[in-house]
Structures are given as C-alpha cells and as structure tokens.
Design a protein. Structure first.
Length: 98
C-alpha cells in the first residue's frame, strides 16, 4: 500500500499506534494515582491526540480494505480515543476554569 498523507496505513503501524495509546492511558492512570496533576494532564493530552489519530487511521484503512483491520483493532482504538480524548477535554476545561 502506498503511503499518502499523515495517516497510518499498514497493520503493523496501526497495531503500534494502538499499543502506544494503551501505554499512554496506563501512564495517565499512574500519574493521576500518584497525584501528579500537571503530568497527568500533559500525558492525556499528548496520548489523546495519538489515540484519535490511530483511530481515524484504522477507520480509513478499514473502509478501504476490510481484511487489514479487524473489528477488535477498530473498536479498541476507538475506546482508547474516547477515554483519552474525554480525559484531555476535561483536563483542558479544568485548567481554563470552565
């Protein structure tokens, strides 16, 4: 598959993105449990963007080639994007005082 644009294209890249997103969520939980609010906020914002990017990439590849991306990968990246994205939005709202 030819690489065009910023989205991930191969199954190996998508699996790597899902792993990085999962590790980011674990880092967020650890930082939050230790009371490191600033670190936890930064981690969820950065890894939230990575999770959304991975989910969008998986959705685009799944639409074009259903054999490459399984439903497990699509739903898993979607769940991570939702969790980290929600945490990032709430962190930003809290920092802005909204």
């Amino acid at each position: 598959m030819k690489k065009k644009g910023l989205l991930l294209r191969t199954e190996k890249q998508l699996n790597g993105g899902a792993i990085v997103s999962g590790v980011g969520f674990l880092l967020y939980l650890a930082a939050k449990a230790l009371g490191w609010e600033t670190t936890a906020g930064s981690v969820c914002c950065v890894f939230g963007l990575i999770a959304v990017w991975t989910f969008l990439s998986a959705a685009v590849v799944r639409k074009k080639d259903k054999e490459t991306v399984s439903y497990n990968l699509l739903w898993g990246t979607g769940a991570l994007a939702l969790l980290l994205g929600a945490c990032a939005v709430l962190t930003i709202r809290q920092r802005l005082g909204l």
